[in-house]
Design a protein around this ligand. Structure first.
Ligand code: SF4
Length: 85
């Protein structure tokens, strides 16, 4: 299990990246339009969820039904990061 960034993060890249700052595992990376969480690095500490200004971060088991595809998008973060660079 890991935390997951969901669609509410799209185009919110101008916000102060508080989630990146608080993550002790350096698991949050910048994708093309959103940040993403590397599920292999995430330790499930939960520190990123309350600091997200748009409520985009959920524990995997609590991701809303309409955003369940974002679990796979976060898992594919390496591809997204590579395409954005
Ligand atoms: S749950 Fe903790 S380790 Fe996982 S991305 Fe959020 S802050 Fe980082």
């Amino acid at each position: 299990m890991a935390y997951v960034v969901t669609s509410a993060c799209i185009n919110e890249m101008t916000f102060t990246p508080e989630c990146e700052r608080v993550c002790p595992a350096n698991a949050i990376r910048r994708g093309r339009f959103t940040r993403l969480i590397d599920p292999l690095a995430c330790t499930d500490c939960g520190q990123c969820e309350p600091v997200c200004p748009v409520g985009a971060i959920y524990p995997e088991a609590q991701v809303p039904a309409f955003d369940r595809d974002w679990i796979a998008k976060n898992r594919a973060w390496r591809t997204e990061v590579r395409e954005s660079s």
